[in-house]
Design a protein. Sequence first.
Length: 434
Amino acid sequence: MTDPVTVGIVGTILLFVLLFLGMPIAFALFLVGGGGIAYLASFGAAMPVMASTLYEVAAFYPYIVIPLFIVMGGFAGSSGMTRDLYAMFEKWLRRLPGGLGIATIAACGGFAAVSGSSVATAAAMGTVAYPEMERFGYDPKLSTGSIAAGGTLGFLIPPSIGFIVYGMLTEQSIGKLLIAGIVPGFLLTLAYILIIVVLVRMKPSLAPRAGEAAPWREKWRALYRVWEPVAVFVTVIGGIYLGVFTPTEAGAVGAVILFGFALFKGKLSRANLMDALFNTTRISVMVLLLVAGANVFSYFLALTTIPMQAASWAANLETSPYVILVLFILMYLFLGCFLDAISMMVLTMPVIYPVILELQFDPIWFGVMAVLMMEAGLITPPMGLNIFTVAGVAPEVPIVSIFRGVLPFLISIFIIVLLIVLFPGIVLYLPGAM
């Protein structure tokens, strides 16, 4: 019989070949994982593993947090929160250098706090912010770049689908992961804003001033209108942090509150409701299939002993664990050029996570690092999903220009990663208090 490690290597290569040929990643994971188990054990062992894994993922109660957080974003968009958030920040920040771009980043951060989806954040803010920046003569690279980069905050600022999937794959506390993302999310928002200020200071033609300052009465009125997302964020994340309810219960509470807001304001039409439910179903099924496929593939890798041997090899290396961490970061940057964020996570965690534990890195801390690098993948060429989302909102702007526009923001992600490596308390301070 062929050496199990060799079988694992061949299976991994076959997986990437299937992905290159266009097979959906969940099906490729099932096929290679199931086929590998059948080869190493038996066909009779492989079929129950695949069937039970698919059922267990679909029937596991805590995983209902995924559709709940996704539908929160749908109801938030239907209730008009996107426009209210942007209008408020636009009135308060329009006189700053690149004020509309800053308002876009800030509004993206606010919408991310009730959404959880990067693509949804980029799409929602793009339809509102891009026409305004275009009207005031903003450079297309800056306007589209700020929207695409701001959208990535939806993957980091809780409620975040990225943290939920990481928690599912690694069996870490989803509540702690969500809380851990608060400070890095705030810092990354500030870094994005600083990038815009620096760019406009260096080249003022990128962002002409957007008219006179808004009267104070308008500013306070606009501020009052955003109490809804603030209330939802405080209720959901505060409830998790204080132990009032679990992440699953928090998702249900947030979804009900946002549904009530949209209904009360008369903005939840039948079309909006069906669109929110359809997108929730589509994304939830995709994520759960990916997780189920990743679990089957993990069983296969466990039979090959590759994760254990990789962990042992890394532990015995006469080098700093941080060198290996840098290699993982570079690997994620490379994979981000070809795969979407969740696919990267389900593909890599079965091998990388045991190594991280063996190197004695905190799994919550590494979860934030991993999500940040997945976030970078959303805006790296040629597969950055947020780039193509913004391209759909601004079809007249060439894709190359959008990629050039997000490059400075991509650099700021690496700066935040470096800060988290140097000062782990940025991530662990809040979760440690739970």
